[in-house]
Structures are given as C-alpha cells and as structure tokens.
Design a protein around this ligand. Structure first.
Ligand SMILES: Nc1ncnc2c1ncn2[C@@H]1O[C@H](COP(=O)(O)OP(=O)(O)OP(=O)(O)O)[C@@H](O)[C@H]1O
Ligand SMILES: [Mg+2]
Length: 327
C-alpha cells in the first residue's frame, strides 16, 4: 500500500533522510521509532506529498506522490506533528472545512462528520471551539480530520505526544481500532508505544533505517546481545572462522568488504566484552586489525530517550548496555 524506494531528502547541506526504503502492506500498522532529528517527520511529509523528495520514489496505493499527487493525497490522511490550529472554529465547523478541502461530496459531509466524531470520541465537544479544548481532545480532532475523507492510508506523526497517561491509552486504543481498515504509519520516540500499537517497527536514526522487526524481535535483540564492528585486512573466510571461535561470540556476519578489507558485525553474548579477545585473534593470526568498536549506531541514545520518556509500562528497556543489531 505504501512503497518507499531509495528516499533521500536534503535541506541545503542537511541530509535529513538518506536512502530509505521500506514497504507497508495493506492493513498493517508500522511504527517509526527514533530520536529527535532522526528524519521521521521528513519521511512522513514526503509520503503525504507536503515535501518533494531529493531522490527516490514514494507510491501510495500505487500512485506516485510526485507524479500523481492528487490521487495519492485523496487516499492519505495526515496527522501532522503540529496540527494546524483554527482556535475560533468549532469542531464541527473545522471538520466541515477540512472535508470540503479534501473533496468530500457536499451531501456526504454531514454523515462523514458524524462517523469520524463517533470514531474519535469527540461527539460531546463538536460545538466547542477548538482553542478551548484540552490537548487530548484537540489530538482526537486532529485524528478526526485525518479520517474525514475515509483514506486508505493514515500517517500519524507522534499521535500521543504531549498527552497525559489516560489520553495516551485512549489514543492508542483508537489507533488499534483503526488498524485493519486503514494502513497506518505512526512515529514515536517511545518503545512501549510501538509495542502497544504496531505490528512492525523501523528504527530510524540520523536519516537511516538502523533496525527493523516486530516490537518483540526488537526488544529481544535489544536485550539479547552486544554488537561489535571489526574491520581487518586478511582472508575473509579464515578471519570469519577464527572470530567465530572466540569465546562469548554468538554470530559473525560480514558487513562490508573492499579489496582485502572486511568489516564484520560480531554479536556477542550479553555482558561479554569480547573486544580484547577479537583483537588478539586477529593480531595473533598476523592479519591487520584496522578498527574495532562497539556498534556506533548510537541506539543507546535512542533508548535512553525511550526509557526517560516511558510512562513505566511496557517492556523493560532500562538496560542501555545493549544495542539493536543492524538491518
Ligand atoms: N524544513 C526544514 N529545513 C531545514 N532542515 C530541516 C527541515 N525539516 C527538517 N529539517 C532537518 O532534518 C532533520 C530531520 O528532521 P525531522 O523533523 O524529520 O526529524 P524527526 O525524526 O521528526 O525529529 P523529532 O523527533 O524531533 O520530531 C533534522 O536535522 C532537521 O533539523
Ligand atoms: Mg518529527
């Protein structure tokens, strides 16, 4: 339903999104997880047609968002990070206004407003001014406007940001209720958020996808092992075989190879610092060790944020010593 291929977005010298590719199947709920500045909003704004890509292609329901923007937009509902505010409009006036912009036929507008108000639980505030609503209700109105034209695809940028715990739970329930009938992409900083609402997660950092999987897989990987990147010069197969024999090493995967240089991703058992042994294995075999580091994805940073913003529910990610593996 959504296809993103080789998406790159630059703002002048800033590389906001770098060669990102993924697909979202019909009815799926996909979560974007990443720290501030990761590129979540930028990716979403390209999918919704509000920004044009520097490189790459995005298709929504088969329509290219650059070549056929109207067809793509007709099928997309968008809850932006900072929803446009019309504080003087009542909820019903605002929804009618958005419905007209989105091309909902005039005779259907009333019914659509009733349906989305019901779905997003705003029926008791429809005649109130938006500026006088609580943050939680304003967010629900934001969701209601995203749904007004009954789009197949919903793009929700941090739908629970700034809400109180009760409102967060209600909004998550609402999103889960929309899954199946709609294909949903949502963004968040918070791991428990994705485990509560999403079937699949892309971890995005510095404009790149650094990990993907189900919330369970990610949690498991986070807690399961530590990752070391080792670059050495020598015979690839022999080096790999030797590294695999180092005590505490679970898995060695080649990541990059150029000339006789190879970078391996080494997964070690949790709590084992295998770096010294890896170095010894390479040097004693008279190969050339060029670089050795714990996976520099700074996912610790991501998860530091995750855990500090957590409300205390969901899986325990308080152990920041481990790192998610690379895609
Ligand atoms: N309109 C713009 N002009 C220039 N730079 C931009 C613009 N929009 C985003 N950026 C830059 O692109 C990068 C990615 O920003 P983006 O808003 O996509 O991140 P994000 O993952 O949504 O972060 P947050 O969690 O803070 O919302 C950042 O470095 C940001 O400063
Ligand atoms: Mg953002």
């Amino acid at each position: 339903m959504i296809e993103v291929a080789g998406l790159t977005k630059r703002f002048g010298p800033t590389l906001a999104v770098s060669d990102v590719s993924f697909e979202v199947q019909k009815g799926e709920v996909l979560g974007f997880l990443g720290p501030n500045g990761a590129g979540k909003t930028t990716t979403m704004r390209v999918i919704t047609g509000y920004l044009s890509p520097s490189e790459g292609r995005v298709r929504v329901a088969g329509y290219d968002v650059v070549e056929e923007p109207l067809e793509a937009k007709r099928r997309t509902g968008y809850l932006p990070e900072a929803p446009p505010v019309y504080p003087d409009m009542t909820v019903v006036e605002y929804l009618a206004f958005v419905a007209r912009i989105k091309g909902v036929p005039r005779r259907e507008i009333q019914t659509r407003i009733e349906e989305v108000s019901e779905k997003c639980a705003v029926t008791d505030v429809t005649d109130r001014q938006i500026g006088k609503l609580s943050k939680g209700y304003r967010q629900r109105v934001g969701l209601a406007q995203a749904l007004i034209h009954n789009p197949e695809v919903l793009i929700l940028d941090e739908p629970t940001a700034g809400l109180d715990p009760k409102q967060i739970i209600e909004t998550r329930e609402l999103i889960r209720g929309l899954a199946g009938q709609h294909t949903i992409v949502l963004s968040t900083h918070i791991l428990p958020e994705v485990s509560k609402t999403c079937e699949r997660v892309l971890v995005i950092n510095q404009g790149k996808i650094v990990a993907s999987g189900t919330p369970q897989e990610l949690t498991h990987r986070l807690q399961g092992y530590e990752t070391v990147l080792l670059t050495a010069e020598g015979p690839a197969a022999e080096m790999m075989e030797r590294l695999q024999r180092v005590s505490g090493v679970n898995l060695v995967e080649p990541r990059d190879a150029a000339d006789s240089r190879v970078t391996f991703e080494v997964h070690a058992e949790k709590g084992h610092d295998v770096r010294a042994e890896l170095a010894r294995a390479i040097v004693e075999s008279r190969w050339k060790l060029l670089e050795l580091k714990t996976s520099g994805l700074s996912l610790e940073d991501i998860f530091l944020q995750l855990t500090t913003k957590d409300l205390g529910e969901g899986p325990d990610t308080s152990d920041k010593s481990s790192v998610v593996g690379i895609v």
